[in-house]
Write a protein that binds this ligand. Structure first.
Ligand SMILES: [Zn+2]
Length: 89
């Protein structure tokens, strides 16, 4: 009768959790469409906030492909790398 030995997990790479987190700490979207969808909702909320309170802290205006996580983020900055995408939108 032997007790169940606890297995050690050597060799298991713990990358699964990191995959969905970006170094920027920003909200990550899978693709551009998802980001734009969220952007529209954000802008709608911002518009409502401006009507109700006269001001808003929501200022996300565009999305960009993140080079470090390969995801898409929203940003209020316009000075970020402007990727050439003629014809898009
Ligand atoms: Zn990222």
């Amino acid at each position: 009768m032997s007790k169940t030995k606890s297995r050690d997990h050597r060799g298991h790479v713990q990358m699964a959790k990191l995959r969905y987190k970006c170094v920027t700490g920003k909200v990550r979207f899978r693709d551009r469409r998802e980001a734009i969808d969220a952007l529209h909702r954000t802008q709608l909320n911002a518009e409502r906030q401006r009507e109700d309170f006269g001001t808003t802290r929501r200022s996300e205006t565009r999305c960009y492909r993140c080079p470090s996580c390969r995801g898409v983020h929203l940003t209020s900055l316009t000075s970020y790398i402007t990727a050439p995408n003629p014809g898009a939108r």
